[in-house]
Design a protein around this ligand. Sequence first.
Ligand SMILES: [Zn+2]
Length: 461
Amino acid sequence: MTGACDVLVTHGLVVTMADDLAVIADGAVAIRGGEVVAVGPTAEVAAAWRGAKIVDAMGGVVHPGFIDGHTHLGLHLIRGLLPEDPLTPAPGGAGRPGPFTRWLNALTEEDEAAATGLAALEMMLAGFTGVVEAGTALYPDAVAETMAGAGLRVSVAEPMLWDHPGIEVMATQIDAAPCDAARARAGLGRQLHRNRDGGLARGHVAVYGDGSASMELLVEASALAAREGVPFHMHQSFTHADSEADAARFGAPALLAMAERGVLGPQAVFTHMNVLSDAEADAVAESRMAIVWHPGNATFYGIQPRAKLHVPALVRRGTEIALSADVAKAWSFGDLGRFAYIAAREWGSWLPASAILRMHTRGGARALGMAGALGALEVGRRADVVVRRADDPAMVPDFDPMLHLALIQGNRGVRTVICDGRVVVDEGEPLTVDRAAVLARARASARAMAERTDLLPGRPA
Ligand SMILES: [Zn+2]
């Protein structure tokens, strides 16, 4: 193909994330109708394509947009109000519901939109073009409209579907999300209508998980996702406590019991999966399911040093892994690659930079339900393209651009972000949202929420 295109990115160090992990020195990407129509040496691509807009990368790294596999967008403004030491009770006194419960019970539609707006701005400035909402958005319409309005991708589900109180205390505490089998079953497919529009906002199947779903609900949710060709998300095997509780109620380790009932499979994308036996890790690999891994949370809560890390071996066995910001505690979008690398080293294993970049890109695309359509710079995929600054010292020298991008530069140095063919960030500034207005709205919401939830630091009980 040749001819006119919408955007032509030239003279980039193009990290394609294609199967062969090709990196093209002095490479170019042509975009037309939101799709990548050419990738290759600038001399060839620029000779064949005339761009309405030309982005000269001037030697900077060009890579697929990063995608976050699991973030609670409505909880994005709680950061800084959680105890820095997770073992201490939340401000406002022990014996009261936890901070997440208090936050979710105080959250209005305006607050959730304000938090989502801030997350969108933060994501685009960090080179992210999509996020999977983690199944607690109380106002999925507001989340979808805010994220898509900013020009970024999001997938949403109904909030907190659960039917088994178990050890997940929140399952009986959220006013808007009662623990109820009929409500849970009715909600499973309610956001899937979005996938028919072909827009930036999508829907997936989710239950909250972490022991709060009956086996019957898990079977139904997973079967629905498989039928509809969408991911089935939930929290699973986060801590030793919920893994042990699951094993007790199922009479077998959770993932083995789920494999037996057909819950695992390519549609399953479970978040955390920190506490797994060797046999469960085998079941994961054999099922071709995917994992959203949060090495930050596993470290924050002290789980990681006590639970054998299976991820590096699963990567080598072909399991697709995505990364997640979840609820920001001591990290932001794009920081988790470094946690991943260090977690692997702690267990005497290692993850190559290419594997970490794959988690950010193709793993995220799988979590979003767009495995074949996103995550790599290849002809025919949707055009989510990030151009990093050529003059960022963190990218010098460029002997190993993947290592620099994954572990040294991280989320810095983002110059231009293109999502679905549309330029959403240029020269480091957002084009689709008013930066000052997003920040002011988020600050106002956060202050009001801190008051309403009684979570201000140092506040007496
Ligand atoms: Zn979560």
